[in-house]
Design a protein around this ligand. Sequence first.
Ligand code: OKP
Ligand code: ZN
Length: 347
Amino acid sequence: MLTIYNNRHALHHGKLEMFRGELVPCFEVPARADYVLHELRQRRLGPIEEPSAFDDAAIARVHAQRYLDFLSTAWDEWVALDPANATRDALPSYWPIRTFRSDVLPASFPARMGLFSYDAGTPLTAGTWTAARAGACCALTAAARVLQGDRAAFALTRPPGHHAGADFFGGYCFLNNAAIAAQGLRDAGVERVAVLDIDYHHGNGTQAIFYERADVQFTSVHGDPHTEYPYYLGYADERGAGAGLGFNHNLPLARGSGFGPWREALATALRGIADFKPGALVVSLGLDTFAGDPIAGFTLATPDYLRIGEDLARAGLPTVFVFEGGYAVAEVGANAVNVLDGFMQKS
Ligand code: OKP
Ligand code: ZN
């Protein structure tokens, strides 16, 4: 399988995130992608290429312009507040929740950090914009290659994307790579695109982006938000709204679930996708469903990921894989490549 590798990913390298009342080392580290790249090479899965350049307009199809303007200048604004900020990452401290205004754009940088985010676990660093923007191009390149006839392509990039909404970051995500790929496929003429999110955490950003649309179906298998991040979205009764009603499918599973119930949920998801008759599939490929993941709660084992790849291949669709979570760093390579390998075996 063709891999498009964002070779600028390591420019995003957060130091600390807020967790249980203290600042702890980030779980979302550059080594994650390095391990996947190493495993792809070791197992000779296929060619590994660099992203092509895309216009900002392709990203603005998914993200609000005022959010992109903020993100692209955020680091410079942070350092302008205090030159010593250059030695530490930016984290938000204030959020405009219910009863506050989100239409005004405060002059204060910390106020805008909160306006455009929803958690304190997502540090913005000197190279975040460059890495994330290259990541969007990585996903768009993978989508373009599938349009040109590759059965599948893998966008290997970080930071991940599925928690990022049209105008907010959070959950280690800044630009929604999967949504940008799906929109790219739509704009190239694919009439219906399915997005399947198999990260442990619900893809709240992707869901929100497509919630009122009938042309992009969103399906997610994830830890039950009653107990699992992102808590405030991802429940089974979220079915879409307006024209999008019936095109959003959440399949939450209890924390502690193993591969049996997980694979049944995948089968349910794939039946819904088949009924939608999409022209292409985008998979938000999180590997944090692994038993050894430090911040998640399912118990999948490394060989299970081969079966997942096989099940996905049987859907018979042109498929863009986009790398999302997976924090058991030493195992994330084997788990990711098992999905892709299993897919290739059945393609
Ligand atoms: C991003 B992706 C541990 C608590 C959870 C946010 C998790 C974001 C996951 N610090 N913090 O979906 O893998
Ligand atoms: Zn996750």
